[in-house]
Design a binder for this molecule. Structure first.
Ligand code: HEC
Length: 180
């Protein structure tokens, strides 16, 4: 069963490639690094202010938006935009709570996706502890686990967790804005 699931997941990117034409895959790794760094670096102030989980990347609001704090955080989003992609994301907690969509630009509300599909991909990334890709109509999805990245994480979440164990997942949504 596992093997079949794995095969399906591995075929998804291929299907996406055909659907999206010969568009080169969006480079989400740099953006992922920025988001993972947000989750991975909890300061004393964050703890005092109660900034945990999804509020690390977007404040609770009717329209959630990821606001880069500096050039390092901004650069990957700008580059994706220059390459013709607009990015938004979802955060999946371990209790299967899905937050999002979270936009990366003040203009352009991220269009609604099939949440069940986003959830499925995020859970898959958590279960398999690996990056997964998917396609939904005209968008590409990229899921990445959010791992335990230091003693503090497990201390708060679950002391039995080890370094690298997933605490959730991010699912990036990449929408083509210009032709390549
Ligand atoms: C001081 C306690 C504390 C520490 C330390 C902590 N977390 Fe959390 N984390 C929380 C709480 C509380 C929530 C749930 C937030 C909510 O539901 O509003 C959470 C939620 C999450 C979520 C799921 C998203 C969500 O909102 O449900 C992820 C992923 C996460 N934390 C990752 C991490 C990582 C990675 C670390 C280590 C670098 C870490 N956390 C350290 C308290 C903590």
């Amino acid at each position: 069963m596992n093997r079949i699931a794995f095969l399906l997941f591995s075929l998804l990117p291929l299907a996406g490639f055909t659907l999206a034409g010969d568009t080169p895959a969006p480079r989400v790794d740099d953006l992922n690094q920025v988001i993972q760094d947000r989750f991975g670096n909890l300061t004393e102030e964050d703890i005092h202010q109660g900034r945990f989980g999804v509020t690390r990347v977007a404040r609770p609001a009717r329209r959630r938006i990821f606001v880069p704090v500096d050039e390092k955080e901004r650069a990957p989003i700008v580059r994706l935009r220059e390459e013709g992609w607009s990015a938004s994301l979802y955060v999946l907690g371990l209790g299967d709570t899905l937050y999002g969509p979270i936009g990366t630009s003040p203009e352009g509300l991220p269009a609604a996706l099939d949440r069940a599909e986003v959830l499925r991909l995020g859970k898959g990334a958590i279960d398999k502890r690996q990056a997964l890709q998917g396609v939904q109509s005209d968008v590409r999805l990229e899921a990445r686990p959010i791992p335990v990245s230091g003693k503090s994480c497990a201390g708060c979440h679950d002391p039995s967790l080890k370094e690298g164990d997933p605490l959730g997942a991010v699912v990036y949504v990449l929408r083509r804005t210009t032709s390549p």
